[in-house]
Write a protein that binds this ligand. Sequence first.
Ligand code: PBG
Length: 325
Amino acid sequence: MRRNRRDGFSRRLVRETHLGVDDLIYPVFVLPGEGQTEPVPSMPGVERHSIDRLLVHLEEVVELGIPAVALFPVTPPERKSEDAAEAWNPDGLAQQAVRAIKQRFPELGVMTDVALDPFTSHGQDGIIDDSGYVLNDETLVALVRQAVSHARAGADVVAPSDMMDGRIGVIREALEDEGCVNTRIMAYSAKYASSYYGPFRDAVGSAANLGGGDKRTYQMDPGNLGEALEEVALDLGEGADMVMVKPGMPYLDVINQVRNEFRVPVFAYQVSGEYAMHMAAGEKGWLDADAVMMESLTALRRAGADAILTYFAVRAARLLRGTNA
Ligand code: PBG
């Protein structure tokens, strides 16, 4: 076995999995206002930008050839409510950002998050009853409004991350009715009730709203694998174009099973907590951050992910392009 491992040329020739810039999707946080840039303390190296600053930041993203970005708006507290009405405001932050990015960079794929958590005063992804339980069908009505408003603004891909039952079907139907026949749906199909989302909730400012609450009545139990396959089958049946497993690295087996069971595009989300762990250990000098970044992304690809949503997208693309030397 070691003959092929002896030299770089033969290691390259026998390598089974390749990571490329085409495999990266870059999640970005959008701030209201103008001229705003803020760091996210629990995600070293990640910044939140107002739309004008974001457009400048995206110049490098486009230059590097990263195919797509995923938008996450930061909603000011006064715009949050019980019914999350800001989610489908045609002039909301996500909708404005989509329009601005598509106008400036028509070739860059723009994906939006469909879920109510940035907009609810309680931080849950859906509409709640008096006991705090997230109501499925009432939430679907809101999600459809939100998804349609994103599509009207020009989003190329809408990505429901809410984990309500039946959402892909009703969103697909509404998009058809609106004439948005080319809007793709990336379903967060196997989204686990994970503790790795903490830094993200800091970044979009939903952590405080959620308080001690959790999302275990709709996101999946980390112990389940068969259920992930059932979720994927349902979402595909309802009209999803691509499916996602989230988080990434602790769920490589799930990615792999979905890849082997279904011949459809499978994506993985290397979430905020995974990013934070790598960066924190790198800052302490305990790990080589660039090396573990590339290894973790390659491992996600090896497990079967076609592409990866990762906060490392720009850092990894620079290394892959050799513009970081
Ligand atoms: C919203 C949403 C979350 C993430 C993506 N979309 C948070 C959550 O479900 O609480 C997490 C992404 C990350 O941690 O990087 N529903």
